[in-house]
Each structure stands twice: as C-alpha cells, then as structure tokens.
Design a protein around this ligand. Structure first.
Ligand code: GUN
Ligand code: ZN
Length: 440
C-alpha cells in the first residue's frame, strides 16, 4: 500500500456557501493533515490528529503555508482547440468557420491527436485541473487519443466524440449512422476504463440534422447514466439560425427537449440568453448551464446571469468552465476572475467563497460526481491542488496586508494563474513537478 501524509492549510466545501460569512459551509484547517492511501483520501483533520493515525515512517510532504484543496474541475473545453486559442474573430460563427472547423479537421490524424493530447493533459495539470469535461473532434481517433492519455495519467476525465453531420467542412462531418456507431464504439472502448467517463456529444443543433438528433436520442435512451454535452444559446445570431433550422420547436432549449436530451446528466455550454420558459425547463429537468466566462467575453457572446439563475424560484444548476479554445485561459482561477467581473457588470456580487465552491464541489455536484471528487472527504479520490497566494512579487506584496481566508482566496482568483499552483496531485501522486517546462 502507498501511503502519503500531506501537511498544509486545508480547505474543502461541504455545501454551497450562503454568504461570505457562512463558515459552516466549508472545512478549514490552518494546520491540517491529509492521509492518502492508494490514491484515496483516508483521513483529514488537524495535523496532530491525522499524524497520530499514520505509520511513524510515512512519506510526509509539508506544503505549509500553502492551501491544499480538492483538484479544480473544468466542466467544458475542447481538446482539439489548443491551437485555436487566441484567434482573432468578430463573433462565434465567424470564429467557428474561420479557425475552429479547419483546425479540428487535423484530428483525423492520430499522430496529431496524440501530440495534442500530451499537451492538453500537461496544461490541465500545470493549472491544477484534475478533472475536465472535453469535446473531442468528430473523429474517433481524437477520442482514442484523449482517453488513452487520460488512462496513462490515471485522471478522472469525461469526454466524447463530437457528432456533427451538417454546416461544417466535409472533413468534419459524420452521418447519423456513423455518429451513432462510433459513439457506441467509444463507449465500449473507454467508458469505465481507468477513471474514464464517456459523454454523448452532439456539438449543437446547427451541426446536427434532425436525423442525427434522433440518433442522439437513441443513445441517450440506451445509456441513461452517461453525461450528455452540447451548446445552447451562446450568441444571438446562433440562436436565430438554430431556431430557423428547427421551426417546430418553441425555442432553442425545446429543440434538445424534443429529442429527450434535457435531464440531470445534461451539460449545456454557455446558456447565456435563456428565456424564463427555457430556464424553467432547465430547472425542472435538472439540466446544468455551464458558464464559460473568458469565452463569453472573448467572443463577445454576452453576460451570463449566473446569480439571477441561481436565485430563481426554479433555480438552474450551474457549472463553470474555461471553454478552451473560445476561452482564453486554461486557469480556473482566471476563469473565476472573469466570472466575477461579469457579475459586476450585471450589478451582482460573486463572492470568493462562491468561486471556490464552484471550481470544486459545485462542479462535482453539477457532474453528479461529488461522491468521488470535489472535496477532501475520506473515501474520495485524492485529486488535489496546492495553491500559493504569494506566487509572484506583486501577489506577495498584497499578501502582506491580507487578513482573512476570503481575502486570500480573492487575491488568488484576481491575480493568480498557473504560477500559483505549487503542486497538483492525481490519485495521490504529485504530478506537476514532473512536467517538463516549455522551452524558451
Ligand atoms: N458552439 C458549437 N461549437 C462550439 C465551439 O467549439 N466553441 C464554442 N464556444 N461554441 C460552440
Ligand atoms: Zn464549447
């Protein structure tokens, strides 16, 4: 048995915080100990108590004065868009057609997919993200590369082969039959292997014919436990085009509802411009709206009304995500900084406890995976991030006047990035320190 004892300040949420003063919503140990046995958290608490339970000769790693938290979770990003990031476009549809679709065509080549997969996991680890939910390309080769690398790194990853059969270049199209068959094959090859989860992944209604949506509906019926991911209501031109393609539907959300794709495992990227009816439908079905702030700002898509959606009589479940490569940073800290600014523009407050809840337990709950990830609870996976709020000279200077935990968290979110990630643990193993630094 491999056992490790980590020492540091521990922070883990128990539930969504009700306010900045809600100290009951989280566990905070200023001198904490975390005992890990075979990749699973075995004990958590005050260092002296946990140390007493551990063997005398245990491998002990002292992370003081840094914060040890559950690994960060990214609920929506695109594995084949690492070389799309930072593309100059006027809006979503121009960005997709000019840069994104041509780039994704390259993933038919498994050498290319494997090369990008290596970089992809390196970036997640560098940024303290231990679980992510990704779109692969339409090619099965891309899903194979994605899940092969996840298994090699023993990471809990969710992903899917994209299904798309219209309104894109020929090299990026499947057919309803191919999309169905290949998704079934990806499920057979990868779901439940290592820590992998396969998601049913129709890209969005614009790139799927009604026949492909029927095939997606069949997959959702056959595999009711799998996540479903797609895009919803991101941009006004996109919404108009989509509704014109499905004139029988009441609105964009209703298109997915008609094909049985609205449910508690459904993850809808963006969902910025929902009507009240759509938000009600999302709420009643338990579907999740995944907020992608850096992408929404970068593509000029709009301001996601996070607080208003949570406050509704029928609240909408929320996830948060980078949306690489529409998003502009791999960092969930940078992501929540932009989420905060979006709420500011809407006259709302997103407090720092909210932010750290969303990046960890909140996203785990939105994935129905809180029994495995997102907390420091004994029995769950030892996927962790170690954060340093004084990682740069400017941060260290500000830290001199920081007095409370929420102030420290807010500083980390406002000024932090991968430099603040001291270490990342995957199933109890420190993996960030092993990465080779990029040349240059
Ligand atoms: N809608 C459909 N595909 C995409 C994509 O790749 N990125 C974003 N941001 N929106 C999409
Ligand atoms: Zn997306």
């Amino acid at each position: 048995m491999t056992t490790t004892l980590l020492r540091g300040r521990l922070l883990s949420f128990r539930r969504a915080p009700l306010s900045l003063a809600d100290s009951e919503s989280y566990l905070y140990e200023t001198d904490g100990g975390l005992l890990i046995e075979d990749g699973i958290i075995a004990a958590v608490g005050a260092y002296a108590d946990v140390r007493a339970k551990a063997p005398a000769d245990i491998n002990e790693i002292d992370h003081r004065p840094h914060l040890i938290m559950p690994g960060l979770i990214d609920m929506h990003l695109h594995f084949p868009q690492m070389q799309v990031i930072a593309s100059y476009a006027a809006n979503l549809l121009e960005w997709l057609n000019t840069y994104t679709f041509p780039e994704e065509c390259r993933f038919v080549e498994s050498d290319h997919a494997q090369k990008i997969a290596t970089h992809f996991y390196d970036e997640l680890i560098r940024h303290g993200t231990t679980t992510a939910v990704a779109y692969c390309s339409v090619h099965k080769t891309s899903a194979d590369a994605y899940f092969t690398e996840a298994m090699r790194r023993n990471m809990r990853m969710i992903g899917g082969k994209v299904m798309m059969d219209r309104n894109a270049p020929q090299g990026l199209l499947d057919t309803p039959e191919m999309g169905y068959d290949e998704t079934r094959q990806v499920i057979a090859d990868w779901h439940g292997k290592g820590r992998n989860h396969v998601a049913i992944t129709p890209r969005f209604a614009i790139t799927s014919t009604p026949a492909q949506m029927e095939a997606t509906a069949a997959l959702a019926r056959e595999f009711p436990d799998l996540h479903i991911q797609t895009h919803l209501s991101e941009n006004h031109d996109e919404i108009k085009f989509t509704c014109a393609l499905y004139p029988e539907a009441t609105d964009y959300t209703d298109i997915y509802a008609r094909y049985g794709l609205l449910g508690p495992k459904s993850l809808f990227g963006h969902a910025i411009h929902l009507s009240d009816r759509e938000a009600d439908a999302m709420s009643e079905s338990g579907a999740v709206a995944v907020h992608c702030p850096t992408s929404n700002l970068f593509l000029g898509s709009g301001l996601f009304p996070l607080k208003a959606l949570v406050r509704r009589e029928k609240p909408v479940r929320i996830g948060v995500a980078t949306d690489i490569g529409g998003g502009s940073s791999y960092s969930m800290l940078r992501t929540m900084d932009e989420a905060y600014k979006i709420q500011q523009l809407l006259g709302e407050r997103l407090n720092p406890l909210d932010s750290y809840y969303y990046m960890t337990l909140g996203n785990a709950e939105a994935l129905s995976l809180a029994d495995r990830i997102g907390t420091l609870e004994p029995g769950t996976d030892a996927d962790l991030v170690v954060l340093n709020a004084a990682a740069t000279p400017a941060m260290a200077l500000k830290m001199e006047v920081v007095k409370t935990l929420p102030e420290e968290l807010f500083l980390l979110q406002t000024m932090g990035d991968d430099r603040s990630v001291t270490e990342t643990y995957v199933a109890g193993v420190a993996v960030k320190g092993q990465l080779s630094e990029a040349a240059g």
